[in-house]
Design a protein around this ligand. Structure first.
Ligand code: G16
Length: 540
């Protein structure tokens, strides 16, 4: 075991989900090692602990995993479980951790592009399988900023591509099939017979794995176990640079899928997942399901799915996510929690049994089956609902709107804005907060305006300054926050929502329904003046 002297890095502060930086930043000498040392010291795992390690296969994944295993040994951890080839989707890693490990290290920058000029990332998940809480990530940042050495073992060469157990001095490495345990978990939750019958009846779907981690999982589950046609999964081979693509499952980046699903030969169902397999996009034939609606539809139909037949204890959504699921929760008579952005905020509620389903506008949905959001799980959930109801995706969503009303929803992203300008926008909004209540914007009256603060109902911890909310008396909302996952400058996110219940107003185009509110939102924050951007980078 070597103790290597090092200098601390001041920028190793985890964001919304772990530490995400440009790949060359991680390639600096000692950069990865410093952060891993800080993670392991803060985790303080006992010698008999098991650590799960895996990543989404992006450039640097394999080298980083070898380094992490050597550092685990150097820090006295006796047992590591690693996915074959160093691969594990984020939800599969969460599941493996929950099988008795003390924690896990997941390598991914999620939906951000990979490769030598792309992004890389690393995060720590605790024994419940979920992302470590803020108290832990803050402590890691403090350690990383003061670190003077790290511990790493010289180990004989080991092969990550061969499944099995490798006994090395001081450490046992179990190389496991990345897919098997996860696929069995899915089989225990969903009605595979009903979905198999759906495919056998001629139902056709496309799953775009975007050359990211879900390819092997989707081929095994959809094509092998459920009998979907060979070729159902496209871009199924994970590549270190995701084939040059941007593995973010939305209407902009999953364009191959979108072209097919909105074209003349559209199939019945389309889905996509992201770099590390925790996000999802659901499409019907020429029909897009917003992530916020997806969560609401899942909640309303959960008892059609075997794993959720007993009903839901409660639901949760992140603050910027639309309130569509709130309406369902009210109808079901169950609690609905509003948390800050970041999957880590759902962990306590899930562990305490207060919620069963949760989700976010950022293409993430999940449940108490693991402690991460789960892309393929969401796809299977939808397939199960479609099979049980015998209706198309569009019919299901339109029926949902007719029952619960429709929350028109859009998000504007301004990426790579100079930090000063972005901070200026937020400061301006904070200044205006106290004068907003009672004022009228586009004919709507502001009921309340605040900087969202969350008190965790389980441990009482407080997370302040989680985004500016402007709430109107008619249920409309505007939310502003800065992203915590970008790697260049700042990303301003503006979320706009309006609720409609009148039956003749449920079928509008989103852009049309929200036009005035969007204009008011941009004006209130002086977005164009302060950023110099006439248009957002991405609209979802
Ligand atoms: C992460 C978090 C999510 C969050 C998303 C976007 O997802 O786990 O909770 O909604 O980032 O965060 P932000 O708006 O701060 O960029 P992922 O899929 O990137 O791990």
């Amino acid at each position: 075991m070597q103790i290597v002297s090092t200098s601390p890095f001041a920028d190793q502060r985890p964001g919304t989900s772990g530490l995400r930086k440009r790949t060359p930043v991680f390639q600096q000498p000692h950069y990865l090692e410093n952060f891993v040392q800080a993670l392991l010291e803060e985790a303080a795992l006992p010698a008999d602990a098991t650590l799960v390690v895996g990543g989404d296969g992006r450039f640097l994944n394999r080298e980083a995993i070898v380094t992490i295993i050597r550092m685990a040994a150097g820090n006295g951890i006796g047992h590591v479980v690693v996915g074959r080839g160093g691969l594990l989707s984020t939800p599969a890693a969460s599941h493996l951790i929950r099988q008795g490990a003390a924690g896990g290290i997941i390598l991914s920058a999620s939906h951000n592009p990979g490769g030598p000029d792309g992004d890389f990332g690393i995060k720590y998940n605790t024994a419940n399988g979920g992302p470590a809480p803020e108290s832990y990530t803050n402590a890691v940042a403090a350690r990383a900023a003061a670190l003077t050495s790290y511990r790493i073992a010289e180990l004989p060469a080991f092969d990550l591509d061969v499944q099995g157990t490798v006994e090395l001095p001081g450490i046992t490495i179990d190389v496991v099939d990345p897919v098997e345990a996860y696929a069995s978990l899915m089989e225990s939750l969903f009605d595979f017979d009903a979905i198999r019958k759906l495919f056998a009846s001629g139902f056709r779907m496309r799953m775009d794995s975007m050359h990211a981690i879900t390819g092997p999982y989707a081929v095994e589950i959809l094509e092998r176990r459920l009998g979907a046609a060979a070729g159902t999964v496209i871009n199924a081979v994970p590549l270190p640079d995701f084939g040059g693509g941007h593995p973010d499952p939305n209407l902009t980046y999953a364009h191959e899928l979108v072209e097919e699903m909105f074209g003349a030969q559209a199939l019945d169902f389309g889905a996509a997942s992201d770099g590390d397999g925790d996000r999802n996009m659901i499409l019907g034939q020429r029909f897009f399901v917003t992530p916020s609606d997806s969560l609401a539809v899942m909640a309303a139909n959960a008892t059609l799915v075997p794993g959720y037949r007993a009903g839901l204890a409660g639901v949760a959504r992140s603050m910027p996510t639309s309130a569509a699921v709130d309406t369902v929760a009210t109808a079901l008579g169950i609690p609905c929690f509003e948390t800050p952005t970041g999957w880590k905020f759902f962990g306590n509620l899930l562990d305490a049994g207060r919620i069963t389903l949760c989700g976010e506008e950022s293409f993430g949905t999940g449940s108490n089956h693991v402690r991460e959001k789960d892309g393929l799980w969401a796809v299977l959930f939808w397939l199960n609902i479609v099979a049980a109801r015998g209706e198309s995706v569009e019919q299901i969503v339109r029926a949902h709107w007719a029952t619960y009303g429709r929350n028109y929803y859009t998000r504007y992203d301004y990426e790579a804005v100079p930090s000063d300008a972005a901070n200026g926008v937020m400061a301006l909004l904070r200044d205006r907060l106290s004068s907003l209540p009672g004022s009228v914007l586009t004919g709507r009256t502001v009921q309340a305006a605040d900087d969202f603060s969350y008190t965790d109902p389980i441990d009482g911890s407080v997370s302040a300054k989680q985004g500016i909310r402007v709430l109107f008396t008619d249920g409309a909302r505007i939310v502003y926050r800065l992203s915590g996952t970008g790697t260049e400058g700042a990303t301003i996110r503006v979320y706009i929502e309006s609720k409609e219940t009148a039956s003749d107003r449920l079928g509008m185009e989103t852009a049309e329904a929200l036009r005035d509110l969007v204009a008011a939102a941009l004006e209130l924050a002086e977005i164009v003046e302060r950023t110099g951007r006439e248009a957002p980078t991405v609209i979802t």
